[in-house]
Design a binder for this molecule. Structure first.
Ligand code: NAD
Length: 525
């Protein structure tokens, strides 16, 4: 174990999380403003599919639009078809023959170069994240940093996994383990981290010697198309990654169900993840393997506020975790569970804190919160707010605004019980429920009363309570006396329990193994 730790550390020596630009500095502001203007000048480009290294048109397109100004078209994308999806998997299978045998050093260099190119083009990616995903400058900058971190971390970690690995030696034999790539991977990211999650899943698959078909979310294909350009420039062969856009429900099954697909790396909602898992489990005629599915899914993340804690810090942590990026993070706090002794004081302080949150066009850095991603998301969130009004009482917010833009006020619904729908169901918007717990045990019981288990936090000064939470709070990423969003690559390997997914621990030393299979070799001496 100690050897393993040492090995991990030595290869990651020199890895550092990217620092974020400080947009209060005039030069950072100017760089971001220039990037926004440059991106705007490129609106309306028509993008193609890339299959087997060649650009392909499908005959029909769809538009990607700005959630803050839905009339603004950012780009046009091909509507992929099941036939084209099958062609993409077959092209990736062909390319696997050579890419899987390429020396690790070539793949590592391409992954490291991807990090460098993203670093050089960081403001450009920030700008597209603002326009296409509705991120504030600070959220966009943090996401671009995370994307760079993933590429850099996986490049370094591949060096650890390459080559021969020791096993116990039988007398008269020489034994070893080597890690081999799996085959064709289908990469299906969500829209809420269209760069970082896409980059992480894709580069992990490619650096380990697999080939991929990338199918981005139809909400954010522009960011993905730009990232595909970076992969090519970084030295990943054009044939090693295919790029196909279009409706997930239309082409998703063709990709996941194809007999030559070897694995699926999915991040998105619970229902789509379960569907993919089920379809992938069914062996198709001529299929030679059991498909591997890594599915990172939804969350219903809770912050427990104990009676003995720094209440101001708890209010701040809850507000930041609940309303950063309009609550559209899988790690967002959507349930505050507060000890009865401090419940009223907590609400009293939370209300003005949330009322201070500014909402408006993410192009303008004065606003903390931008829009939600789409008109459909806005409608779903408003329906949940209505349900919440009936289940509890509306403390703050509750309204949509901004004309055509998909804006919703930061909303807090208090006096919610564990059986209530807004306590149990993922809303994925700026809606926080607050519940009263009799004591710490009850708070913990409520926090665990969920089908999900992604992130969670506890604010407490009570050592016994913290020890209990370490043991019993059933989440993949638990934080103590800090917010529950903002996982850093290498420091907080990320992935959840229960219906939050397969606990892949992205950005940690176990992640690349999900893209590899171990071969044991023993030679009689
Ligand atoms: P979604 O499930 O609607 O879509 C995710 C991806 O799946 C998209 O690319 C979509 O086009 C594709 N897809 C849709 N139907 C498909 C099908 N039948 N076959 C194959 N692919 C299909 O999720 P979303 O709205 O993009 O993202 C939000 C969700 O993602 C939330 O539930 C959030 O909690 C979750 N999420 C989880 C994590 C995590 O690490 N656990 C991280 C980010 C987001």
């Amino acid at each position: 174990m100690a050897d393993h730790q040492q090995h991990v550390k030595s290869h990651l020596r020199g890895f550092q999380n990217e620092a974020c630009a400080d947009f209060t500095l005039p030069e950072s502001r100017a760089a971001m403003e220039a990037a926004l203007a440059a991106a705007r000048a490129k609106f309306g480009r028509q993008w193609k599919l890339v299959i087997g290294g060649k650009c392909v048109e499908s005959g029909a397109t769809f538009a990607s639009t700005n959630p803050a100004m839905p009339d603004e078209v950012l780009g046009y994308f091909q509507k992929g078809t099941p036939l084209l999806a099958a062609r993409a998997v077959e092209a990736a299978a062909e390319a696997f023959r050579t890419w899987s045998r390429s020396p690790a050093i070539i793949r590592i260099a391409a992954a490291a170069r991807t990090a460098e190119l993203l670093r050089e083009r960081r403001m450009e990616f920030n700008a597209w994240l603002v326009f296409e995903a509705g991120k504030s400058w600070a959220e966009a900058e943090a996401e671009s940093g995370e994307a760079i971190d993933f590429c850099d971390y996986y490049a370094r970690d591949m060096a650890r996994l390459d080559g021969s690995h020791p096993v116990l030696q039988l007398p008269g034999e020489k034994g070893e383990i080597r890690y081999l790539p799996l085959g064709v991977g289908v990469i299906i990211p969500p829209w809420n981290f269209p760069l970082a999650i896409l980059a992480g899943m894709t580069v992990a698959a490619l650096v380990t010697g697999n080939t991929v078909v990338i199918k981005p979310s139809s909400e954010t294909p522009n960011v993905a198309a730009l990232f595909a350009e970076v992969l090519l420039e970084a030295g990943f062969p054009a044939e090693s990654f295919n790029f196909i856009t279009g409706s997930g429900s239309l082409i998703g099954d063709a990709l996941v169900g194809h007999p030559k697909t070897r694995f699926v790396s999915f991040t998105g909602s619970r229902d789509v993840g379960l569907h993919i898992n089920e379809l992938a489990a069914k062996a198709q005629p001529e299929q030679l393997w059991i498909k591997r599915v890594v599915a990172e899914m939804g969350g219903k993340d809770a912050i427990i506020v104990d009676s003995d804690c720094d209440l101001d810090a708890a209010v701040e942590g809850v507000a930041l975790s609940a309303f950063g990026y309009s609550g559209q993070k899988c790690s967002a706090c959507s349930r505050a569970i507060v000890h009865a002794d401090v419940y009223d004081a907590f609400l009293e302080r939370l209300k003005p804190r949330v009322e201070r949150i500014t909402v408006g066009s993410p192009e303008d850095p004065q606003f903390y919160m931008g829009p939600v991603i789409s008109a459909a998301a806005q409608q779903t969130i408003l329906r949940y707010i209505d349900i919440g009004r009936q289940e509890g009482f509306l403390l703050v917010g509750g309204e949509a605004f901004g004309g055509d833009g998909h804006f919703i006020q930061p909303t807090v619904i208090a006096d919610i019980e564990a059986a209530d729908r807004v306590f149990q169901e993922e809303i994925f918007g700026p809606v926080l429920s607050v519940s009263k717990a009799r004591d710490f045990d009850h708070a913990l019981e409520m926090a665990n009363d969920s089908q999900y288990g992604l992130t969670g936090a506890v604010y407490s000064h009570n050592a016994e309570h913290l020890a209990l939470a370490r043991e019993e709070f059933f989440v993949g990423n638990m934080y103590i006396n800090r917010k529950c969003t903002g996982a850093m690559v290498g420091c907080h390997p990320f992935g959840g329990f229960n219906m939050s997914g397969t606990d892949s621990k992205a950005g940690g030393p176990d992640y690349l193994l999900l893209f590899l299979q171990a071969k044991s070799i023993a030679e009689r001496l």
